[in-house]
Design a protein around this ligand. Structure first.
Ligand code: AHR
Length: 329
């Protein structure tokens, strides 16, 4: 937007001074890139790596962008620092993938004061004034999680003993992130609706395989084997599988029911092989939408405030070789 206004002002000044610009562009003008500062949460999961790749590919020099990338290593303070640096560098746009929902008011106010539009991706921000950001692109976390919980209810109902007690172990992602809040809320609501369901423990795996492995390993040392493990992302599910393997506990078809979110290629192949029961997709391909939003803003248009990426649930029967081969994350 700032670029548009500047261009308009320079053109008007030239017109007023009577010197019409030469229509041919100098090589310098031809290569003017749109600068975008991207504050990414981290590299905690395969999903996150795919999300970074999608942004890098879409906001490439070839496409007319200069991308300044910052990895916050899962810390909000690092995101504040990155955004303030982007403001000092006077970037044209800021893209923020926020680690948690709260705490963004001040830094977004600073971006607004500097007249830099902010596009939020993936998780949401909770702010009193929605005008503090221009657009948001991401998943309908609650809808997908409700669908996953509905799948669990149907699957349990179809068992030989539908009234049997069900012990559910719950691996949670980074506390306060939209993905954690919504996925947890869906499971808790499901448990409240089903008398036979008990969430035996909620363990913080921080969306990483290593932490989920450690937490599950410790849990299994002092507790009975759960009937279901609800993992709020694939990498935590891999950590759970590692801990179950170590104790020789069967999972997937004929064992502990495993539900996971993201549906990255590795998880989908486990699902096809009967090791994971349900993969609820979380689509990380935000890059093309962010690019389209910036291009709309450059043309002076108003993009949608919220835009959801398409997602679905996968069970073994839906996963073909073609799907796995064509999966880009
Ligand atoms: O916010 C999206 C979540 O964050 C993904 O499910 C997870 O893998 C990532 O780390």
């Amino acid at each position: 937007m700032k670029r548009l206004i500047l261009l308009f002002l320079s053109f008007t000044l030239l017109l007023l001074s009577g010197c019409m610009p030469d229509v041919r562009q100098t090589p310098e003008e031809e290569t003017t890139l749109i600068t975008v500062g991207f504050s990414q949460v981290g590299a905690e999961s395969d999903w996150r790596v795919a999300n970074t790749k999608s942004m890098r590919e879409s906001l490439s020099e070839e496409n007319g962008f200069e991308l300044l990338f910052d990895n916050a290593r899962q810390k909000q303070e690092n995101q504040f620092k990155a955004i303030r640096t982007f403001i000092q560098q006077d970037v044209d746009y800021i893209v923020l993938a926020p680690v948690t929902e709260t705490g963004w008011e001040s830094v977004l106010e600073e971006a607004r004061a500097a007249d830099i539009p902010v596009i939020i991706v993936d998780r949401q921000v909770e702010v009193s004034d929605p005008a503090l950001y221009t657009s948001w692109v991401g998943s309908d976390f609650r809808k997908t999680a409700d669908e996953a919980v509905a799948w669990l209810a149907e699957t349990l109902d179809a068992r030989e003993e539908p009234d049997a007690q069900v012990q559910i172990l719950h691996l949670q992602g980074t506390p306060g992130s939209t993905a954690q809040l919504q996925r947890s809320a869906a499971l808790e609501a499901g448990a409240a609706r089903h008398e036979t369901w008990t969430i035996t423990a909620q363990l913080n795996g921080d969306f990483t395989q290593a932490k989920a492995y450690e937490e599950t390993r410790a849990y299994l040392q002092g507790n009975p084997v759960p009937d279901v493990v609800y993992c709020e992302n694939d990498n935590m599910c891999f950590g759970v599988m590692q801990a179950l393997d170590e104790r020789g506990i069967a999972y997937g078809t004929g064992g502990v029911t495993l539900i996971t979110f993201d549906a990255v290629r590795t998880a989908l192949s486990y699902c096809r092989d009967g090791k994971i029961d349900l993969c609820a997709e979380c689509n990380p391909l935000h890059g093309p939408r962010v690019r389209a939003i910036i291009e709309q803003l450059e043309r002076g248009e108003t993009p949608e405030k919220q835009s959801y990426v398409p997602e679905q649930l996968f069970t073994a029967g839906q996963i073909t070789d073609e799907l796995l081969e064509s999966r880009i994350y």
